[in-house]
Write a protein that binds this ligand. Structure first.
Ligand code: PEP
Ligand code: MG
Length: 325
């Protein structure tokens, strides 16, 4: 038990607020319902990413509508009215369930993944939407769609959602009529044109794991190129700045749920870029909160301006050091 751990325990119940009084929201990421305890223990604002596909990875068979409903409802009830953002199935790429045949896609990372797979397999998608809507009667569930690259994917998702809602109404099954629909911004095309997506979404969440992979053309799971996987590459920083400032300008909530959001060495950078909602592994919550508590947004403003204008990589590194000072 070190002094540092004791200090982190001290801030467990404190509100994440910057030195100059700006309140920040810190959410937890979960993979399975049993991870919820850790989110609560660390006093998060809610769940910013429930990777629902993990319900589909562990079993030999597809989970039924009822099994899914029970899992979503359990998390919503446990969070007791705090927001629970559940991402719709994000399979494909590196996440292949036992019941799915080996893919023969030439490049799975650019193939039928995330929302693309759900729109191609409407039955799978609608079963999940039914389970999610039914569970929404028991807490504050919001939906999040992964791997968006075309606005049409949001329109199609809304159409499925409305049809499933109509079914439930006809059956007299309760659900949240105003359930929010958000989109993951994790494909560069969606990041560049985020304002088009915002016309159809209630909120957005940046998936930096994929956004970095696709922006830098670096497979996030390939050790041979891991030295090139750089969250502070100028291209990544500019894209993040564009997405965050566009959302803030049009007044749509923006959060980040990729690993970057849980890296305390990057918290000040993200705060400086205008991010106010972070979602991360529960084990990171207190370390990021510690950074928030020690950050003066006014002090870092000129540093961020310099960073965005930097035309030499050395300047960028230098500013990153100054940010941490
Ligand atoms: C991401 O891409 O940053 C993300 C949160 O999604 P996943 O890591 O599950 O692909
Ligand atoms: Mg992703």
């Amino acid at each position: 038990w070190t002094e540092r751990q004791a200090r982190l325990q001290d801030i467990r119940t404190s509100t994440p607020v910057t030195q100059d009084g700006v309140e920040i929201e810190l959410f937890g990421n979960i993979e399975l319902p049993e991870d919820t305890d850790q989110v609560i223990e660390n006093n998060a604002t809610g769940i910013g990413l429930f990777r629902s596909e993990f319900l589909f990875l562990s079993e030999d068979d597809l989970p039924t509508e009822q099994e899914q409903y029970e899992a979503y409802r359990a998390v919503a009830e446990q969070m007791n009215g705090q927001p629970v953002i559940i991402r719709t199935i994000d399979l494909g790429k590196d996440k292949i369930p036992k019941w799915q045949e080996e893919t023969d896609a030439p490049n799975p990372a650019l193939g039928l993944t995330g929302i693309r797979l759900c729109l191609a397999e409407a039955q799978l998608f609608r079963t999940q939407l039914r389970a999610l809507l039914r569970a929404s009667a028991y807490g504050k569930i919001k939906l999040l769609v992964p791997m968006l690259s075309h606005v049409g994917e949001v329109r199609q998702t809304r159409r499925h959602l409305e049809e499933v809602k109509a079914q439930l109404r006809a059956e007299g099954i309760p659900f949240d009529e105003h359930i929010e629909l958000g989109g993951m911004i994790e494909v560069p095309a969606a990041a560049f044109t985020v304002e088009h997506f915002l016309h159809h979404l209630d909120f957005a969440s940046i998936g930096t794991n994929d956004l970095i992979q696709y922006t830098l053309a670096v497979d996030r799971n390939d050790d041979a190129v891991s030295h090139l996987y750089d969250p502070v590459h100028p291209a990544v920083i500019r894209l993040l700045h564009h997405v965050i400032s566009t959302c803030n300008r049009v007044g749509k909530p923006i959060s980040m749920c990729g690993e970057m959001a849980g890296d305390p060495a990057l918290t000040r950078l993200l705060l400086g870029l205008g991010l106010r909602r972070f979602s991360m592994l529960p084990a990171r919550l207190l370390k990021v909160k510690e950074q928030v508590l020690s950050t003066d947004l006014e002090r870092i403003k000129p540093l961020i301006a310099r960073l965005l204008e930097a035309d030499e990589i050395e300047t960028l590194w230098h500013v990153m050091e100054e940010l941490q000072a």
